[in-house]
Design a protein around this ligand. Structure first.
Ligand SMILES: *Cc1c(COP(=O)(O)O)cnc(C)c1O
Length: 378
């Protein structure tokens, strides 16, 4: 099945009971039993499983080419639950510029449970190897990263992880399974903030996990059911609806992103453009090898924080907001928004300058987006 077809026909198609073409929202907590323990379709209580959530979980499983999928109340609930599979005394190696929430949960919450972490630039394989300790259990990579779009070689990291008996976990939020399927490159677990491209319309907070084996499926379901980090049926339904159009949306995000990159490359007021689709981008070749597309996130430098403010004020179609991956174009200033909690020196080391702006290119008409950027940057 081709990717766009799988988005529509993958998982559970419609409702077996009524023939409804769309999976209904099963707004229910408990299910009638025919005698004690006599469950009709395996459903007992909706924290454990719910038909609408199940339909979503089957769909994301198929799209990521995995063994089983799980839907969580947020991306952070998904990531935290994955980490809770590891016990006290475990150590995790992570990409140094992971999503801020991932950094926070590892250094301020998981540490309390005795799970320690080391953050390294995973785009260089030697760093990953050097960070592995006797008690390391997994390598967690985000590729590409935010906001500098650094790329990590999933296959290379997975190979190193396998040699050391570690799991490879990939945060696939930015590229989405339409363009990148990490399990095909040797990863064991994929996590998503489905709040972004998978939902796609800035109207739902959710997370997804897909694993590549029955053993991991059992383990993550055990944690999910125990801690209760589940997604409700309404939000599950919204994600199924979002996934149906993921393919056409991602194609359109990318067409627009490439046009904007071309425009920015020829603009005098802009320096250093970060986009994995640019041939000179350090991660271009690896991105080209492991992804079918480069996505819709671009960051670039306008020179200073003041200049960034001037540009923001003039823009009409790029909404100033955190988050990304929706139909509408969004813009943010990482140094003062998503990455404000990182000390100035560390930001400078990472390359997150005050004049760096990040755009999440929407699917508006490209003519309007280009005109808007042109007048704002003038
Ligand atoms: C937003 C985001 C998260 C966290 O997801 P929430 O749904 O906000 O909890 C994790 N990873 C990445 C890459 C993100 O962009």
């Amino acid at each position: 099945m081709q990717p766009k077809t799988k988005l529509i026909h993958g998982g559970v198609f419609g409702d077996e009971t009524t023939g409804a073409v769309s999976t209904p929202i099963y707004q229910v907590s408990s299910y009638k039993q025919d005698g004690v323990g006599g469950l009709r379709q395996g459903y007992e209580y909706s924290r454990t499983s719910n038909p609408t959530r199940h339909a979503l979980e089957e769909l994301i499983k198929d799209i990521e080419n995995g063994h089983a999928g799980f839907a969580f109340g947020s991306g952070m609930a998904a990531i935290s639950s994955v980490m809770m599979m590891f016990g006290a005394g475990s150590h995790i190696v992570l990409t140094d510029d992971v999503y801020g929430g991932t950094y926070r949960v590892m250094t301020k919450v998981m540490n309390r449970l005795g799970i320690t972490s080391t953050f390294v630039d995973t785009s260089k394989l030697d760093n990953v190897v050097a960070a592995i300790q006797d008690n390391t259990k997994a390598v967690f990579i985000e590729t590409p990263t935010n906001p500098l779009l650094k790329v990590t070689d999933i296959e290379a990291v997975s190979n190193v992880a396998k040699e050391h008996g570690l799991l490879t976990i990939v945060d696939n939020t930015f590229t989405t399974p339409y363009w990148q399927t990490p399990l095909d490159h040797g990863a064991d677990i994929v996590v998503h903030s489905a709040t972004k491209y998978i939902g796609g319309h800035s109207d739902v907070v959710a997370g997804l996990v897909v694993v590549n084996s029955a053993a991991l499926a059992e383990e993550i379901h055990f944690v999910q059911n125990s801690v209760g980090a589940v997604l409700g049926p309404q939000d599950s339904w919204l994600l199924i609806r979002g996934l149906r159009t993921l393919g056409i949306r991602m194609e359109e995000h990318e067409v627009n992103a490439k046009e904007i990159v071309k425009f920015l490359e020829n603009h005098k007021g802009v320096s250093t453009i970060h986009y994995p689709g640019i041939k000179s981008h350090p991660g271009h070749q690896i991105a080209n090898k492991q992804s079918r597309g480069f996505g819709g996130i671009i960051s670039f430098d306008v020179g200073s924080g003041e200049k960034a403010d001037q540009v923001l004020k003039k823009l009409r179609y790029f909404t100033l907001a955190e988050s990304l991956g929706a139909v509408e174009s969004l813009i943010s200033v990482p140094a003062r928004m998503t990455h404000a909690s990182i000390p100035q020196e560390r930001r400078a080391e990472l390359g997150i300058t005050d004049g760096l702006v990040r755009i999440s290119v929407g699917i508006e008409d490209i003519k309007d987006l280009l005109e808007d950027l042109e007048q704002a940057l003038a």
